[in-house]
Design a protein around this ligand. Structure first.
Ligand code: DGJ
Length: 695
């Protein structure tokens, strides 16, 4: 059956529309326009019209989901192979459905030769300016097929003067470094083959035209917690097409006759206001993903940097007592609480509290923490196992392995093959059991190594290990949340190695980096907030100079920095002086006053970590209060240095006619937006928390 072609459908977001059409030939779906309401009127800014010598029409067309038959030369999203190695699937449009609100669209295609069916899905969540896209494949033929490339879709962006791409790169302890690349022509690519989104790149990309960086910005982010790739290609006509999807590190996916396959959601975002505006579009989306779990996060204390593996009841209680006095609400015991875990060489897999460390019993210890008025949190890393553990002795076959090849330990540990049902059952029941057995309110779920081995013992290939691991991980998170709705889950992967949109929908908060050194952290958080909402940003005040960053900053700087998201303390507070504790208690009390605005407010990122001005503005949804967190990024005053000069922070999105007060001075909205909010720095005053109230 073929359907009428030439039809077009418009999806409507809060301020955005996304229009697609099936051209007269009916072979694919094309973008007409993506931008503000009304952008689809008139000629399409992305359509191609004319001869394409030495290319095919599909290579130049703004195709939404291209096979290798459609785009043989310039990059296909889907490549399918028959078992005898034949490629080139070519679709025919068969049907389409759109809902009455123009927020959900499904467009069907079938390949007449293989009988492969593809449905291209779109959804615009209500009140947002994002479009979620995914594809469902179904092998309706009689022969097995192999999916060689499994992209989720292509997004087309008009970049007539050149493409300005923004991306985030890094490494362990230096995640979320925001960088910009001008792409004249050719291809730019990022990805991960680690079985986890990874520290090296974030599955997030922003595209702007080089001629107007403060203007329209388009974003693409992938909801996939495994290996992935994003490629941007700018053609000679000025169109940038961004392909995003899984990276098939285990080889082609088998699609048996009658089998279906859902490819990950890839989400596009649009803002007329540059990268800063785009960040707000992502924030709105992630707040919606959080749903009724978008609550004010508790102020937590995490004992990792204070005691590392030397966890035992007395030292933890000493920390908990001080934490409670400071106003902390949740006390989290990190790595080191379970049997055999005295360093990182042993213990992972044996998730029983160490009786030597908690001689009165773990229940008693938790009860003592709770008696201080604190909630209790616990660290786990249930997907990993140390060779020195009972679990590994009993189930050496549970780890990823290639028969006959040595295993690759990373941080002295192996990775459990979560795709195996018995392993998934072990992981789920271990964590579920801990949550049922002990009075736990908060879980920090860590993951400290990538997957190196592309196989399972005795396994026959090819197997979709990546897909099976991710699917079970997601299921376990969903199940734990369903069965323990009051437990908050922090997702961590040796810092920020696992922060994608799929995890943003399943975890309550992310640990973005192990690096809490103030100036490094500022850059990390600045990048992070471009892609993630503040409720996901876990941040601790640690000791200075700390592990990573010897450049001194005040305690106030470190508090204001950690308040940009979810405030935590990770310092050895036993060593803090009474004055430091009093100061900390003051900051924590102030955070509790503003955290609702941090969690729900409209965020504006002002300046940057490498600029003289660096601040984050949070405007309350009712516009009555504005919180400004500002940091001095330069050299502090000192011998041979001139005193720091004041800066002015231009605030955004305020009512120019309204008046605002910081308790001492009054400003008009137009003054704050134009001249800016003055901040005076010195060696002892290197950060500010300013709350403006509308008169
Ligand atoms: C890596 C995490 O990022 C740290 O915060 C800490 O939990 C350690 N793992 C514990 O081993």
């Amino acid at each position: 059956m073929t359907a009428a072609t030439g039809q077009r459908w418009t999806l409507r977001g809060a301020h955005t529309e996304y229009t697609v059409t099936v051209p007269a030939h009916g072979r694919w779906l094309e973008l007409v326009a993506w931008g503000p309401h009304g952008v689809s009127d008139g000629p399409s800014p992305v359509a191609y019209d004319g001869p394409v010598p030495f290319l095919t029409a599909g290579d130049a067309a703004p195709i939404e989901y291209a096979t290798d038959a459609d785009r043989p030369f310039t990059g296909a999203d889907l490549v399918i192979e028959t078992v005898d190695g034949k490629r080139r699937v070519g679709f025919v449009h068969t049907d389409a459905r759109i809902d009455a609100y123009q927020r959900e669209l499904a467009v069907d295609f079938v390949d007449p030769v293989t009988r492969l069916r593809a449905t291209v899905h779109y959804r615009v969540p209500e009140g947002t300016d994002v479009v979620q896209r995914w594809v469902e494949l179904s092998n309706d033929g009689t022969d097995e097929l192999r999916v060689v490339r499994a992209g989720s879709g292509g997004f087309c962006v008009p970049t007539p003067h050149g493409a300005l791409l923004s991306h985030q790169w890094g490494q362990w302890s230096q995640e979320f470094q925001l960088s910009h690349v001008e792409l004249g022509h050719g291809t730019f690519g990022i990805g991960s083959s680690q079985g986890v989104p990874g520290h090296l790149h974030v599955p997030w990309l922003a595209v702007r035209d080089t001629a107007g960086p403060a203007g329209p910005a388009w974003g693409i982010a992938l909801a996939w917690t495994g290996s992935w790739e994003i490629r941007a290609e700018r053609d000679t006509g000025g169109l940038t097409r961004v392909r995003a999807g899984r990276q098939l590190v285990d080889g082609p996916l088998e699609l048996a006759a009658g089998e279906r396959l859902s490819l990950p959601v890839v989400t596009g975002a649009y803002s007329p206001d540059g990268l800063d505006g785009l960040a707000r579009v992502w924030h709105t989306h992630q707040r919606l993903l959080a749903g009724d779990r978008l609550t004010d996060r508790p102020v937590l204390y995490n004992s990792w940097e204070a005691t590392y593996f030397a966890v035992e009841a007395q030292s933890q209680l000493a920390l908990a007592r001080i934490a409670a006095e400071l106003g902390v609400e949740t006390f989290v015991v990190d790595d080191g609480w379970f049997v055999g875990r005295n360093d990182d060489t042993a213990g992972l897999g044996d998730w029983t509290p160490d009786p030597a460390k908690f001689p009165a019993g773990f229940d008693t210890f938790i009860a003592e923490v709770r008696a201080l008025g604190l909630n209790f949190g616990l660290w786990v890393e249930p997907e990993c196992v140390n060779p020195k553990s009972t679990l590994y002795a009993e189930h050496p076959d549970w780890v990823y392995a290639v028969d006959g090849r040595p295993l690759t330990p990373v941080r002295n540990q192996y990775l459990l093959d979560l795709g195996r049902p018995e392993v998934a059952e072990f992981v789920h029941s271990t964590v579920d059991g801990l949550l049922r057995r002990y009075d736990i309110d908060y879980l920090k779920w860590d993951f400290n190594r990538p997957r190196t081995e592309p196989g399972r013992p005795g396994g026959v290939g090819p197997l979709d290990l990546d897909g099976a691991h991710v699917a079970n991980l997601h299921r376990i998170f969903e199940r734990l949340r369903r069965d323990h709705p009051d437990v908050l889950i922090e997702a961590c992967a040796g810092g920020g190695g696992r922060t994608d949109l799929a995890m943003a929908a399943r975890a309550d908060v992310f640990w973005p980096s192990d690096n809490t050194g103030p100036l490094d952290r500022l850059a990390i958080q600045y990048g992070f907030l471009h892609a993630n909402a503040p409720h996901l940003l876990s941040s601790w005040v640690t000791d200075a100079p700390g592990l990573f960053d010897p450049r001194p900053r005040t305690l106030g700087f470190r508090f204001v920095l950690a308040m940009a998201g979810v405030l935590g303390i990770g310092a050895d507070i036993r060593a803090w002086t009474p004055a430091e504790r009093a100061e900390a208690a003051g900051w924590i009390a102030r955070y509790k006053e503003i955290r609702e605005i941090v969690t729900r407010g409209e965020v504006h990122l002002i300046g940057g970590p490498d600029q003289a001005r660096c601040a984050v503005q949070y405007t309350a949804p009712d516009q009555r209060r504005v919180v400004v967190l500002a940091w001095h990024t330069g050299r502090l005053d000192g011998a041979g240095l001139l005193p720091s000069r004041p800066v002015r922070l231009p605030l955004r999105g305020l009512d120019p006619a309204a008046r605002y007060s910081d308790g001492e001075r009054h400003y008009s909205g137009s003054h704050l937006g134009g001249v800016g909010l003055p901040v005076q720095w010195s060696a002892t005053h290197d950060a500010d928390l300013i709350v403006l109230t509308r008169d």
